[in-house]
Design a protein around this ligand. Sequence first.
Ligand SMILES: NC(=O)c1ccc[n+]([C@@H]2O[C@H](COP(=O)([O-])OP(=O)(O)OC[C@H]3O[C@@H](n4cnc5c(N)ncnc54)[C@H](O)[C@@H]3O)[C@@H](O)[C@H]2O)c1
Length: 347
Amino acid sequence: MKNGRYFVGVVGTGGIGRYHIEGWRKLEDVCVYGIADPDTHNLEKTKKDYDIQIAVKDYKNLIKIEEIDIIDVCTPNYFHYPVTIAALKSGKHVLCEKPLATKSIHIEKMIEAAKQNKRKLMAAQNQRFSYAGKKTKEIIDRDELGEIYFAQCYAVRRRELPARDTFIKKELSGGGPMFDIGVHILDIVYWFMGCPKVHSVKGVMFTKLAKNKGVTGTWGRWDPEKYEVEDFAAGFVLFKDKRALHLTCSFLSNLPSNFSANLYGTKAGMIWPEMKMFSELNGMHRDSTLTPIVPENEPSHHIEIREFLECVKTGKDVVVKPEESLEVIRMLEAMYISDEKKREVVF
Ligand SMILES: NC(=O)c1ccc[n+]([C@@H]2O[C@H](COP(=O)([O-])OP(=O)(O)OC[C@H]3O[C@@H](n4cnc5c(N)ncnc54)[C@H](O)[C@@H]3O)[C@@H](O)[C@H]2O)c1
């Protein structure tokens, strides 16, 4: 911190790193002081485009800088763990892209490091900061849906495979659509359901389309021979209180894209994020669609950044508690184990 401004270092200057920098730059009391990326092209371009003072190839040299208060981790998933641990141990607060890590054991260590160093740690689950995400959580907290006893969760893309190593190399990503986009819908629905304890998980994975040379993606080409993750995944989670959810994820389905959840509540059901509600009134169906009176145009990623800074300043709890991210990653991890062993994984 210098002259009343919080200093931020961004590690990883690809697609989302640049988007985060734009979010930080909106805040008057923030200076994006430095960036780190081994890719010289991304590093130099980002330094120039956003007029950033320090640009280094090795993130360790960024973390060393004393003035920096917050490290924002925007690297491929695999690096979330080592970068976050190093940053927390150097006394920095950490905002880290989703998924918080590729292994639950890593998240346990990240939580421990945050506690020991008394620093904030939050996974950038931006859906929780979206207008539909925030409003739905408030509606649920007011008990308008009653008990949500079941949810169908979809993170399905028809022909949208991110054709970069970050997403298709197993070591870097941790997994395919289940890890990359399943984590978004699972995280928010788990939060809507009040983060219940998990009883068991069953999952299945397929790579039926991405290995086929005749399949086209709208987000660029990939080499089918180098494609290492699933392109479709589905799973079922049973909670200890006997509620449950079902999850379907895809990068390349032969069905329309669909990022949504059907929430089955005892008082009302909801299709999210369309905000369609279904219930009964006086013996009649009552269907409604909620629409914002004052539209919210700020991107959820930028709201997330602003609110994270507020927690750093005030000491209040972050919205995406790392313990909740740990449980989400444990569920995802169990989906892969279940697929491999062809059986349910009991927690
Ligand atoms: N919340 C969202 O909506 C959202 C959207 C896209 C990506 N993401 C997440 O953001 C992360 C990055 O995704 P992306 O789309 O920006 O990927 P990307 O491939 O566009 O960029 C990743 C960048 O990280 C750099 N990098 C690799 N190893 C590094 C290291 N050790 N230190 C510093 N930099 C390193 C790469 O050179 C590259 O510039 C992933 O975890 C992804 O899941 C989140």
